[in-house]
Design a protein around this ligand. Structure first.
Ligand SMILES: Nc1ncnc2c1ncn2[C@@H]1O[C@H](COP(=O)(O)OP(=O)(O)OP(=O)(O)O)[C@@H](O)[C@H]1O
Length: 589
């Protein structure tokens, strides 16, 4: 095995184990390096049976039984009742902390899974006026009833399928039924939290509710890190099992971005009686860190016979009798109809092709693009000049606003268009594109002078002292005190001296991962010339669905087709743990 090609954490873990457990067999050390490498790629565990007897890093991995024996004799692997750096659970090998997090998530969800909330009659009485004019089996009505009837509710849908509209109605219903309930809104990033508030305000204004209900709806959202009270230097947040959060209803938007460790902390801090409503899109990229709990939860969808009866009674829908299934199934609702991307939307059609892995369909669409799509095919050396020329024109308004020190206008123009890079490195990676724009369009030399008027920056860490969250985007403008980085706040702007800013980077372009939870009028997606393992359906889908009005794809047909062929599933044991039959969990009610 070539240790130099291992990710740093995997190499460090292997070296540490080798030193601490000198008698351990190479096969066991290889498994440790492999499970750590996989964790860096987002997998929660390594399924030994998938890799046994396969080649990896130039070596042949052992057969399953030999491998298991080597691991169990190594001294650093325990079975599930033990305590060790690595845990072997069936054929799944885990880093100890990820195994513990997976167990916490499964146990916390199972505790609440069969807990029912309102009676179907209560739900119907309050939902009927909110859904006047829609059928009983309207998807949003079913989703709203699902959220009212179950303590854990998951609503998954693509862009514009009405997740916010639905949750606004759920909150209006809860405010009427449980006026004393403490409602909290949260999201994984600051930008997603801000968007959630904005979208909920718009949805609220369209609801047929009285002024008192309207006034009682929450108007603020925070990041999950802030909610849980993470300190900049600490792994353990302030709130947890010993000190639960002071709330009765928690709504979390963009829940597909929550990694396993954060989900475990969140559930452990949630009071047992509290409702949890998770909103997200299962087809989007999973979190940067390990895990894909949201998508795994959504995979439990289905209805138990009792759940089916209750939902039918709460909505008036005729539902087919449910099948015995997971205890969580009744709390999961899927929204399918996009009210943003109608049947004539090119973005919607391309996003559907991406999800289905239909590269032929995607390319056909791009070859004769509808007005909301554009394609610049070919390798990046063919289109880089064109990209700069087009951006030159597009950035004119932004540069004018920066020169005029007009932050409102600068922010408005800046957010109309965003370049999204599939990769960080390489000629069309994030770093190269940011540098290209800085040097060729803004004529700055960031190595000599990193701070200049017009530089956009994205914050890379949460900083509760400064009130900045990972993902916040600010713009640098000249002020009377010199250069200041301006971030939008609830009312107006807050300017920071550049030297005070926590870890950050230039943000003319964002990676697709960084763009999660944000939306822009227009998106240009820049694809590399070479295929890469991170190029996948969900990456392309996530990039496309960040756009409200227009998408331009810059990249070759072969790269796009290669990406759409790749569907990434993260290894984890959560789905198996969640597949607990509904009747095997004692209900608290
Ligand atoms: N049932 C409906 N009938 C007509 N328009 C609707 C309906 N539901 C939602 N809309 C409209 O569709 C748009 C998107 O709705 P909403 O913001 O609720 O969707 P979302 O799933 O939360 O979107 P996003 O993916 O942006 O978070 C809004 O303009 C909303 O008014």
């Amino acid at each position: 095995m070539n240790i130099a090609t291992l990710p740093p954490f995997a190499a460090e873990l292997k070296a540490w184990l080798e030193q601490r457990f000198p008698a351990a067999a190479q096969a066991a050390l290889q498994a440790a390096a492999l499970v750590a490498s996989r964790a860096e790629e987002g997998h929660v565990c390594l399924n030994l049976s998938d890799m046994a007897g396969q080649h990896w890093q130039g070596i042949m991995l052992p057969e399953l039984q030999t491998w298991r024996v080597a691991l169990l004799q190594s001294g650093f692997v325990a079975l599930t009742e033990g305590y060790a750096p690595l845990i072997l659970d069936g054929d799944r090998l885990y880093l100890g902390r990820l195994w513990a997090d997976e167990l916490t998530v499964a146990a916390e969800l199972a505790q609440r899974a069969s807990a029912t909330e309102l009676t179907p009659k209560q739900a119907r009485t309050v939902l009927d006026p909110l859904f006047a004019g829609t059928a009983g089996d309207d998807g949003q009505r079913l989703a709203a009833a699902t959220a009212l009837l179950n303590r854990i509710a998951v609503i998954s849908g693509g862009p514009g399928t009405g997740k916010t509209t639905t949750v606004a109605k759920v909150l209006a219903a809860l405010v009427q039924l449980e006026p004393a309930a403490r409602i909290v809104l949260a999201a994984p990033t600051g930008r997603a939290a801000a968007r959630m508030v904005e979208a909920l305000k718009q949805a609220r204004d369209r609801l047929p509710i009285d002024m008192i209900t309207r006034a009682a709806l929450p108007e603020e959202a925070q990041t999950l890190h802030r909610l849980l009270g993470f300190r900049p230097d600490g792994a353990q947040p302030r709130y947890g099992p010993g000190q639960p959060l002071g709330l009765d209803i928690l709504v979390v938007d963009e829940a597909s971005m929550i990694d396993l460790a954060l989900f475990a902390r969140l559930l452990a801090a949630l009071p047992r009686h509290a409702r949890l409503i998770l909103l997200g899109d299962r087809d989007q990229l999973a979190s940067v860190e390990a895990g894909s709990a949201f998508a795994e939860l959504v995979r439990q969808a289905g209805r138990t016979p009792d759940g089916s009866r209750r939902l039918a009674a709460a909505t008036g829908a005729r539902l087919s009798p449910g099948r015995p299934g997971s205890a969580l199934a009744d709390g999961i609702a899927l929204l399918h109809v996009s009210h943003r991307f109608g049947s004539d939307s090119g973005i919607g059609a391309l996003a559907r092709c991406a999800n289905a892995g239909d590269s032929q369909g995607a390319l056909q669409l791009l070859r004769a693009p509808p007005p909301d799509l554009a394609w610049q095919p070919g390798l990046c050396r063919d289109w880089q000049g064109l990209l700069l020329a087009q951006l030159q024109t597009r950035l004119a308004d932004y540069r004018e606003a920066v020169a005029a020190r007009d932050i409102d206008a600068a922010y408005h123009h800046f957010h109309r268009l965003r370049l999204l890079c599939a990769l960080r490195e390489g000629p069309v990676g994030l770093e190269a594109i940011n540098r290209l724009l800085e040097t060729r369009l803004l004529h700055q030399d960031p190595r000599r002078q990193p701070w200049y008027a017009g530089r956009p920056v994205i914050v890379r860490v949460n900083d509760s002292v400064l009130g900045l969250a990972n993902g916040d985007v600010g713009l640098v403008l000249e002020s009377e005190q010199g250069l200041r980085v301006y971030f939008p706040q609830e009312a107006g702007w807050r300017g920071y001296a550049p030297t005070r800013l926590p870890r950050h980077e230039t943000a003319f372009a964002l990676t697709v991962h960084q763009s999660q939870g944000s939306e822009f009028d227009e998106v240009w997606l820049l694809l590399p010339d070479e295929d890469a393992a991170v190029l996948s359906r969900s990456l392309i889908y996530t990039a496309l669905t960040r756009a409200r009005h227009k998408v331009a794809v810059w990249g070759s047909a072969s790269t796009l087709a290669g990406a759409l062929q790749r569907s990434v599933q993260r290894d984890s044991g959560l789905a198996d743990r969640l597949r607990v039959p509904a009747d095997s969990i004692p209900s608290e009610d």
